[in-house]
Design a protein around this ligand. Structure first.
Ligand code: 5GP
Length: 144
């Protein structure tokens, strides 16, 4: 997928927004949805997306959409910090397949980093089971 790729309304995150496929949700407003990454690179890896913006990547949105998204990213990162006590937190966002993007609906990653524990590979490996994701999600939600 190039940086100019057309938005596909049937991408996985669009399906999650519509409720066509399940996700472990952390919080939701009229504008944004935060949920657990199903192939987590670390315990607590989660994602923030905009629900209305049909944006493939960072270049497809106005600054007001980005401002809404980043406010949600900060809120969620604080809850990850307070709920899981990682040693650091990586915020990531990829544009285009060569940069590592695999789902073409603009999103931000919140990836807790724990000293002495290597991060898993990006968007690969087996999916985490819903029960373990839910346990971690409960700690994050409690800190929101
Ligand atoms: P990207 O590679 O586009 O930056 O990130 C996409 C992310 O979505 C990856 O971290 C990947 O693990 C995650 N992901 C892919 N499919 C699903 C899914 O069906 N549900 C959830 N919750 N996350 C997904």
């Amino acid at each position: 997928m190039s940086l100019e790729a057309q938005y596909d309304p049937d991408n996985i995150f669009a399906k999650i927004i519509r409720g066509d496929i399940p996700s472990v949700k952390l919080f939701e407003t009229d504008a944004v949805l935060a949920f657990m990454d199903v192939f987590p690179q670390s315990e607590g890896h989660c994602l923030v997306i905009h629900k209305q913006a049909t944006a493939t990547n960072l270049f497809d949105v106005d600054a007001d959409v980005l401002a809404t998204l980043m406010a949600a990213v900060q809120k969620l990162a604080r809850a990850v910090r307070d709920g899981l006590s990682p040693d650091g937190i990586r915020i990531a966002q990829f544009n285009g397949a060569p940069a590592g993007q695999t789902v073409y609906h603009l999103h931000f990653h919140i990836i807790p980093v724990y000293e002495g524990r290597a991060l898993g590979a990006h968007a690969s490996g087996g999916p985490a089971d819903a029960e373990s994701l839910e346990k971690v999600a409960a700690k994050i939600r409690a800190a929101l």
